[in-house]
Design a protein around this ligand. Structure first.
Ligand code: PXP
Length: 248
């Protein structure tokens, strides 16, 4: 069975916040994604509120009928918002104020107690917990140690390697293939520890196929590429094309 697709709609809110106005509506975006066949909606409530706002989470919780996954830092403030709004899943991510986007996986080993506390609070309220993590075996074992039910493998490095045309042949292709193998080994390790496996960051219509072939990866979280394409072909079609890219 093909992996599930959660569409990350943060950048619909990025456009809205560029003018601090009411459009485009992320509620409309979520409904269109669901109607196009997405399995879930993902949003990242950042501490600086640069795109998604607290009110968006409340509204999405009422509207999303598939699966609402909220990415957040493992802070007390964020955890209390999750406990109040009860998304289906929380994905714990690292955050630094000046980053353009999430820069890599959460260092669970270095932040073990803080992350464990967040996971315990969320799971006590039956919120499914995923941790965004580099494809590193020790970090994955630590994610199991803090009680996460899923790891989302960070595909940023793979995405970077596949961006240029050099990735199509020679050394570039070898590096990309080696990174796919690293992700596959990480996915197998997470499954062997009893966790579910997701993947995301920087994935596109062109590069998702190699990862969709890894059987342990059951879920993708993809945003920027889908929202970018939707500018030209519409959101419904952009989502359908990504579902097709994952399935083939
Ligand atoms: N997964 C996580 C944990 C992320 O932080 C992001 C970016 O917000 C994504 C997936 C989606 O990445 P992209 O927008 O590059 O598809």
């Amino acid at each position: 069975m093909a992996a599930r697709l959660n569409v990350n709609i943060d950048h619909v809110a990025t456009i809205r916040e560029a003018r601090k106005t009411i459009e485009p509506s992320i509620i409309t975006a979520a409904v269109i994604c669901e109607q196009a066949g997405a399995n879930g909606i993902t949003v990242h409530l950042r501490q600086d509120r640069r795109h998604i706002q607290d009110r968006d989470i409340e509204l999405l919780r009422d509207v999303v009928t598939t699966y609402l996954n909220v990415e957040m830092a493992a802070t007390d403030e964020m955890v209390s918002i999750a406990l109040r709004t009860k998304p289906d899943a929380v994905s714990l991510v690292p955050e630094s104020p000046n980053e353009i986007t999430t820069e890599g996986g959460l260092d669970v080993i270095a932040n073990f107690e803080m992350v464990k506390k967040a996971v315990e609070s969320l799971r006590a309220q039956e919120i499914f917990v995923s941790i965004f993590i580099d494809p590193d075996l020790e970090q994955i074992s630590a994610a199991q140690g803090v009680g996460a039910q899923q790891v989302e493998l960070c595909t940023a490095e793979y995405a970077e390697l596949t961006l240029s045309s050099r990735a199509a042949h020679g050394e570039g292709a070898q590096k990309a293939a080696a990174e796919v193998s690293r992700i596959a080994a990480a996915a197998a390790h997470a499954r062997s520890l009893g966790m579910l496996v997701a993947a995301g960051h920087g994935l596109t219509y062109r590069n998702v196929g190699a990862l969709a072939a890894i059987p342990e990866i059951e879920e993708f979280n993809i945003g920027h590429n889908i929202i970018s394409r939707s500018v030209f072909v519409g959101l419904d079609q952009a989502v359908r094309e990504m579902i097709e890219a994952i399935a083939t």
